[in-house]
Every structure is written in structure tokens, then in C-alpha cells.
Design a protein. Sequence first.
Length: 109
Amino acid sequence: MTSSKTIYAAILAVAMLSGCASDLIEVRPGSEKVALAEPNQVKGCEDKGAITVSVLANVGVVSRSVEDIDANLLQLAKNGAVDAGGDTVVKGPRPELGRRTFNIYKCRP
């Protein structure tokens, strides 16, 4: 009986941690103004470089949803754009789930 309580407690802890993983991503001031654009929308913009960001795709034995992972990656890219002096990001390659490169641009004066 004790071992089944331990297993239930462990499952509950992992489930709670996977839900909290999104809350651990810092939202830097100014990042809410960074736009997500398509490559054809940044032709006249100043290239500020690229950033590769990563987050956990799994927390313990629990897989996180692709939507949550992508939202975290986008927030990290927006934070990086603020640091680089950019105001726009464009999705780049995703070599694996939980990792993606974004190009950063300055499009607005």
C-alpha cells in the first residue's frame, strides 16, 4: 500500500511540474511588443542576427504539448530580440522538439 501511495505522489508531482514549466519562462519588459513574422515580411528590415533557444520537451516521464513548447520557445526568442535591439522574430529551423532557431530583425524605427 505504501508503494502505491509513493507512485501516485510521484505521478502527481511530475504532472504539476509539467504544468508549471511554462510559468518558469521569464517575460522580459518589451518582449510583448516583439512581433512574429514570416520571412517575406522582413525584406526591408535590419538583420540583428539569430538566436537558438531550447526548453524541456519532457518533464520526467511526461511529454509536454507541442503548443506549450512552441510558446516557450517563442517567448525566449522575443526575450532575445529585446536583448539584441530587435522588434521582430522569424521562425527558423527546428532540429528537434524543444529547440528552434529564430532570426531577429529591427523593422520599426
